[in-house]
Design a protein around this ligand. Structure first.
Ligand code: C2E
Ligand code: MG
Ligand code: MG
Length: 709
């Protein structure tokens, strides 16, 4: 009995012990669970997304702070054990979900369906305009875990991007960097390129590039916007037309892939206009040849090449010989035709690496590449001169011009464009001076000559200012009795350093620089004033340069000089040369007639030297012809000269023009001239030109200096 009691007690104690132990263990477990739940809450509270745990019936178990923030209007309804469906319904009734408006029941069903059968993500709009991305998933115990992300800002960015992209007037498209396939295009691109949107979305970027332009794939890929800036490409439209586009890019992620957005501005028109302007700025309008600017660019390029390549190049300056004549006789349209014809012929003689440019007027320049020594130039030079010498058919007018050429060699004669052109031009100048149709290579002494000329010009200006010139007079005498009939005024320039400079040295410079106008006026006035002191019957002859006719006030200048000197017009003779009549300018002839109407006499000087066209004698009624001294000097020994003098004398007799022989130096000359019927002469045999004082002394003598004859 006792044993059974003891056993029962033992069992009882043991049971109590178990129960106590179980109670303790349960308490520990609850504590642990609470700790875990609190840790879980702490963990989910620091997540940026909203998180909610629901049981299999859709009742709230747990949610984080972010979840409550997202649904702040319903947060008061969240209670553990409350059904999400109920909070949702209250929210719908309160108008928290604008998407449900008008279809509340339907919307609720859809939403709960998504909740209990989760499938991917979906978006939800709240009354305050925010957009929430929802993702829900079933948990292993049949419950639901839900994630909420506020994507409002992203949606706004996307919306403004779409707005900018879709309605942008500039064609834009997005292409993937992987395969360059076009992922999106805006309306402007569809309209501008002419493809349908579907067609464009099926194309790759390469399909839009024009096949004429080879594009390196790498250039379409990862370059930065800065590297890309200012790039232009050739694109192709649906109709095959090529367009030039300037593109601007930015990189982005488009639907999950790395992509580039391109804005393509069509600059076809602008490029064409720019090309036209650039062409016009670098080419001569008449001949389409490169102009001086482009010539310099090419020269600079060739000079740069010199540093790499030992061989040099040649610069030709080409000037047409009779261009002015064509222009004046046939008119400017024919002059233009001639220039075009010359350009074509020059161009045809050159190789690809050579250049021919028009410098202006009838001046051309040629760059011959690959010239090592002067001889390398010869074949081309000969060909150029030959083709220019061939007659040109200008709409039925056969015209022969010729050309003179100056050549400078680079680097020998200079290694900058200015110097080379200047030196070639100097050589041209020499070639011209030596007669037409020739060529000259530049030589350094030419430079010295030009320098000397420049100094002469400066001195000449000084002399004009200081009136440093003298006028000497040389008698024209009667061959019959040696009587002085008139005296020719010849200018003299006593230079402080170079002594007496002859007019042949400075008159041409004065003519080229225009200084002759002032010099001529000075001589005219001085000669009239000096002649006024001579005996009444003796005339003064003054040389006129063609330039003096061009100024237009020659007639007035003559009238003024005569009036101021008190000299009768009949005592003035004006000497002109054939060059004046070369241009057959009406104004010149009119001026001559007006002068003659004053009873001033007009002489043709140096007859026989210039172009010696008898038609000049017809164009104006000259009072006197002066046979050039080249026919007079040594006339006794030269049968041709005798024949020429005889012809001129007989011509003068029949036309009623007086004939004077210039340059009578010997008694023999005199005898022959007399024999040929010449009546007046001028020359060292009688007297050299002398200053006014000597002339006055001479004229005072009773025999008028006759003794010399
Ligand atoms: P020109 O009008 O034919 O003048 C005659 C030239 O022949 C003068 O030379 C004179 O000195 C030279 N002469 C005269 N007799 C003889 C001779 O027997 N033998 C030789 N060998 N020569 C003789 P100059 O004074 O040197 O003048 C040369 C040229 O310069 C002139 O030729 C004329 O074309 C020009 N000239 C001179 N003075 C003036 C001027 O005031 N105005 C213009 N525009 N030209 C002038
Ligand atoms: Mg003369
Ligand atoms: Mg003369």
């Amino acid at each position: 009995m006792l044993a059974s009691i003891a056993a029962r007690l033992r069992r009882c104690f043991a049971r109590n012990e178990d129960a106590r132990r179980a109670g303790v263990e349960a308490s520990i477990a609850i504590l642990e669970a609470r700790k875990a739940a609190s840790r879980l809450r702490d963990a989910i509270d620091i997540l940026p997304e909203g998180i909610v745990f629901l049981d299999p019936d859709g009742r709230y178990i747990l949610w984080n702070q972010q979840y409550a923030n997202i649904y702040k209007r319903s947060a008061d309804l969240f209670q553990p054990g409350a059904k999400l469906a109920d909070t949702l319904r209250i929210g719908v009734e309160r108008g928290d979900y604008p998407e449900s408006a008008g279809r509340e029941e339907e919307w609720m069903q859809e939403r709960l369906n998504k909740l209990f059968n989760p499938d991917g993500r979906h978006e939800q709009t709240l009354t305050d305009g925010r957009t929430i991305l929802i993702e829900e998933r079933r948990t292993s115990d049949g419950g639901i875990i839900g994630l909420r992300v506020d994507i409002t800002e992203m949606k706004q960015r996307e919306a403004s991007f779409r707005l900018l992209f879709d309605s942008n007037p500039i064609p834009m498209f997005v292409y993937g960097l992987e395969d360059l396939s076009i992922l999106s295009v805006n309306d402007a691109a569809v309209k501008h390129y002419g493809y349908t949107r579907e067609a464009m979305l099926a194309m790759s970027l390469l399909d839009i590039h024009h096949p004429d332009e080879s594009v390196e794939l790498s250039h379409l890929g990862g370059e930065t916007s800065e590297e890309h800036a200012g790039r232009t490409w050739k694109h192709r439209k649906a109709d095959g037309a090529a367009i030039d586009v300037a593109t601007f890019i930015s990189h982005l992620t488009y639907e999950g892939q790395r992509a580039t957005m391109i804005a393509a501005v069509d600059i076809t028109e602008r490029k064409a206009a720019e090309a036209r302007v650039a062409y016009m700025a670098h080419h001569d309008a008449l001949t389409s040849l490169p102009n001086r600017i482009l010539l310099r660019v090419r020269m600079e390029q060739m000079i740069a090449d010199l540093r790499r390549d030992a061989r040099g190049f040649a610069v030709f300056c080409v000037d047409l010989d009779n261009f002015k004549w064509v222009n004046d006789t046939l008119g400017h349209p024919f002059g233009d035709l001639l220039l075009q014809g010359v350009s074509a012929r020059l161009r045809a003689e050159l190789r690809g690496q050579d250049t021919v440019a028009r410098l202006g007027g009838d001046e051309f320049a040629i760059l011959q590449a690959d010239v090592g020594k002067p001889e390398d130039v010869s074949p081309l030079l000969a060909r150029l001169l030959a083709v220019i010498n061939e007659p040109f058919d200008l709409e039925g007018h056969l015209v022969t011009v010729g050309a003179s050429v100056g050549v400078a060699l680079a680097p020998h004669d200079g290694d900058d464009p200015d110097r080379l052109l200047k030196n070639a031009d100097m050589a041209l100048y020499r070639a011209k001076a030596e007669g037409k149709g020739g060529f000259r290579f530049f030589e350094s002494e030419m430079d010295a000559r030009v320098q000397a000329r420049r100094r002469l010009e400066m001195d000449l200006r000084g002399a004009i200012k200081d009136e440093a010139f003298e006028v000497h007079y040389q008698p024209l005498v009667s061959l019959a009795n040696g009587e002085v009939r008139s005296l020719e005024a010849l200018i003299r320039w006593p230079h402080p350093e170079h002594g007496m400079i002859p007019p042949s040295d400075f008159i041409p410079v004065a003519e080229e620089t225009g200084l002759i106008a002032q010099i001529g006026l000075f001589v005219l006035r001085r000669a009239c004033a000096d002649a006024a002191q001579w005996p009444d019957g003796i005339k003064v002859a003054v040389n006129l340069s063609p330039m003096q006719f061009k100024s237009g006030n020659l007639l007035q200048a003559v009238l003024d000089a005569l009036r101021d000197a008190g000299l009768a017009p009949s005592r003035l003779e004006l000497e002109i040369t054939e060059t004046l009549l070369l241009d057959k300018i009406e104004m010149v002839i009119a001026t001559l007639h007006a002068l003659r109407a004053l009873v001033v006499q007009i002489s043709m000087d140096d007859f026989g030297t210039g172009y010696s066209s008898l038609s000049y004698l017809r164009s104006f009624p000259f009072d006197k012809i002066k046979i050039d001294r080249s026919f007079v000097n040594d006339i006794g020994a030269n049968a041709d000269s005798q024949a020429i003098v005889r012809a001129i004398v007989s011509l003068g007799t029949s036309l009623g023009i007086k004939i004077t022989a210039e340059g009578v130096e010997t008694e023999s000359d005199l005898a022959y001239l007399k024999a040929e019927g010449c009546t007046e002469g001028q020359g060292f045999l009688f007297r050299k030109a002398q200053p006014q004082a000597a002339i006055l002394a001479l004229l005072e003598k009773p025999d008028n200096g006759k003794a010399a004859a």
